[in-house]
Design a protein around this ligand. Sequence first.
Ligand code: E4P
Ligand code: PEP
Length: 338
Amino acid sequence: MVIVMAPDAPSDTIDSIVDLVASVGGEAYVTRGVSRTIIGLVGDVERFETLNLRALPGVADILRISTPYKLVSRENTTERSVVQVAGVPIGGDHMTLIAGPCAVETPEQTLEAALMAKRAGAALLRGGAYKPRTSPYAFQGLGETGLKILSDVRAETGLPIVTEVVDASDVELVASYADMLQIGTRNMQNFALLQAVGDAGKPVLLKRGMSSTIEEWLMAAEYIAQRGNLNIVLCERGIRTFEKATRNTLDVSAVAVAQRLSHLPVVVDPSHSGGKRELVLPLSRAAIAVGADGLIVDVHPAPETALCDGPQALTHADLAELAHVVTALPPLVGRTLT
Ligand code: E4P
Ligand code: PEP
């Protein structure tokens, strides 16, 4: 950590910073320049943060040199991680397709969507039983009934399940059915929920908050990691921008940035990004090209009847093209479909 003092900083402030830093076991190295003094701190940054040094008179700026997220950072773990979900790898040389309905509606619809996912090359089935909806009048999901449907469909198709949990009090129940717990964009900073999924011992798919910075996203991952669970996959799902032509703006650069900053795998959700069926395949191509470790895609046998997000669901007619994208493109960037 480096403290930059204001040009007129009183010298007794500099002395008291040195004392404060020593009081928490750190060392302060003062460098006096012609117009400014800087103080380099060596020691435990989290303890320095408790000193509230920013509030002292004469402190112009404080620069953190190390990342505030330790466990998910590449600073300490340079090898990229591979997360196993019921034996299905995400990360490394793999490109993993996760697909399925946005929401679990009926046993028939979920099975058909799962078979569609499998035909397209998916190794994991997505599907929400608890749906975070903007409107309290919109379909909120089938709850445990939906989890049971997912479990039956897993037994029939062999596809492990990725499903969202929206409330800390449901984590134990959802984890008893799910192979991977999803944290949606709206809950990325629900810290109690992050801690609860960290404790649940299942891999976690952590979607980026729609208005969150990459650092906030990685700090959210750190909450999960701090509970001893490093089986975390990051998911870029589009962010809010001024652009109205798409539901969200897929931040392709976030994939490359997150992979540089963190050892965790990063997948892309082209469905919730674009919000339109016709954008899903182009955005999938972009995601694979930038180096995403996987895709999570909505499919539905009859999107016109879907209870959630029908306009972005791929149909039977799109499956051959999806299968082509996920098999033909990954080898060009050194990966193979899981
Ligand atoms: C994800 O599946 C969300 O539940 C869904 O995109 C929310 O959409 P809404 O804003 O129409 O409720
Ligand atoms: C979802 O994938 O079902 C979902 C709710 O997505 P998001 O949180 O990205 O909106």
